[in-house]
Write a protein that binds this ligand. Structure first.
Ligand SMILES: Cc1cc2nc3c(=O)[nH]c(=O)nc-3n(C[C@H](O)[C@H](O)[C@H](O)COP(=O)(O)OP(=O)(O)OC[C@H]3O[C@@H](n4cnc5c(N)ncnc54)[C@H](O)[C@@H]3O)c2cc1C
Length: 384
């Protein structure tokens, strides 16, 4: 169905599907084989990112001026879906990396674009990026963050704690949100600079290839040129950066769900009970039918929202709907996959519980389902 959507959106661009076919083959040959080990050994898949960069996948949506390929966002979304089907951990890193690059592309000044997108090359995977908004006090309520950035003699001094942050210990650069006297602002700073400490690693349920950490900023002195965009505009930037991120999170959810569905389909044919294949039972067929229907519905919504982004439209509501529907859908699909596998689905011998553990994050990170429902309703009510 992926190919059909791309063809429907870009009837004259056969090459997009050729690119996606090659990415699909690459993901199956090069990324899938280590997916289980990445989870079991909690191994950050950095070598996968290098391979992905070599395939040009990171570069798909970015302008040619900044080492990108300037291809449509739905093509990027389809590529992320394929990566997530093979290894969700790997797709998540591409998603975070892409989000930071999008932030620099949208809000960085020329110097930042040149230095951070061209020279440091996150699009080419030469530097690894992380995103730090959440604090112990507040996640959803981002406008209440307490980390401070005090300006004196052209230097911002950052103090505060960020928690539940993905890979700040492994990354090279991090986008940190902090409060100045003008409001919330965003700073791109090198990880591990003086005053920046990873204080705690937090164990978790899924996405085990990514270390989750708490960081402390203590008199962290940051030059004015590290401010991304305008002072006081950080919250608005975060919303726009998260819009791009939410489309990729929806794609990851679809990729995970597709993997769980395809495995369930095969297993249901192989497993026998009461002298026949369990796929003959209508209650199993009902689950399989719901799975494929919901995956395709999520895909249409997600690719459509990505298309709106390319058209320069405000796609906040559509991308929020896509993220809300796709992530809740992935959880239902993975839960049903475990049910179809019976007791084996609960064991480490099969992949489906890894898919469920990974999917479980997606209704929480980058906007919980509750916050997205509030946002979608607010935007709908504003229209009348
Ligand atoms: C594995 C993992 C990786 C993460 N990576 C990052 C990262 O790299 N960078 C980063 O900045 N953050 C990251 N986060 C944090 C994540 O973005 C937050 O957990 C998320 O935004 C929710 O914030 P919270 O956990 O503080 O929950 P809270 O905001 O405390 O919410 C708790 C519950 O209350 C609900 N709720 C809150 N407000 C309302 C409301 N007004 N109406 C109805 N319900 C409400 C929420 O939906 C939720 O169900 C990560 C989290 C995890 C688990």
């Amino acid at each position: 169905m992926q190919k059909d959507i791309i063809e429907m959106l870009f009837p004259d661009a056969v090459e997009y599907n050729l690119i996606l076919e090659s990415i699909g083959n690459f993901a199956e040959k090069e990324i899938l084989p280590t997916a289980k080990r990445v989870d079991q050994e909690e191994m950050f898949p950095r070598q996968n990112l290098e391979k992905i960069v070599n395939q040009g996948i990171m570069a798909i949506p970015f302008p040619k001026d900044y080492n990108g390929l300037e291809l449509p966002y739905p093509v990027y979304i389809a590529a992320i879906e394929m990566l997530a089907k093979a290894c969700a951990n790997t797709a998540l890193q591409v998603s975070i990396q892409g989000m930071i690059c999008e932030g620099i592309r949208l809000f960085g000044n020329d110097r930042q674009k040149n230095e951070l997108l061209k020279e440091k090359g996150p699009v080419e995977g030469r530097s690894l990026a992380s995103f730090a908004l959440t604090e112990p006090c507040c996640g959803s309520d981002a406008k209440s963050i307490q980390t401070k950035a005090e300006l004196s003699n052209n230097i911002y001094v950052l103090n505060g704690t960020k928690t539940l942050i993905t890979i700040p210990g492994e990354a090279d650069i991090i986008l940190v949100f902090a409060r100045t006297d003008k409001g919330i602002s965003s700073f791109l700073i090198p990880c591990g600079m003086p005053g920046f400490t990873v204080t705690r690693v937090i164990q978790k349920l899924g996405f085990r290839g990514h270390r989750l950490s708490e960081i402390r900023l203590e008199n962290c002195k940051v030059a004015r040129q590290n401010l991304l965009g305008e002072d006081g505009e950080g919250l608005d930037y975060a919303k726009q950066i998260l819009n791009a991120g939410r489309a990729t999170i929806a794609a990851i959810a679809i990729g995970i769900a597709q993997a769980a569905y395809e495995k369930s389909l095969l297993y249901s044919k192989e497993r026998t009970a009461f002298g026949q294949s369990i796929s003959n039972f209508q209650l199993i067929q009902e689950k399989l039918a719901d799975m494929v229907t919901e995956i395709n519905a999520a895909r249409l919504l997600t690719y459509y929202s990505a298309h709106l982004r390319d058209k320069g439209k405000d796609f906040t509501s559509e991308v929020s709907q896509a993220k809300l529907f796709a992530t809740e859908m992935a959880l239902r699909i993975c839960d049903n996959a475990i049910q179809i596998y019976g007791g084996y689905g609960y064991t480490d011998e099969y992949d489906v519980h890894r898919h469920w553990r990974d999917a479980r994050l997606l209704t929480i990170a980058e906007g919980t389902s509750e916050i997205l429902r509030l946002l979608i309703a607010h935007l709908s009510l504003k229209q009348i």
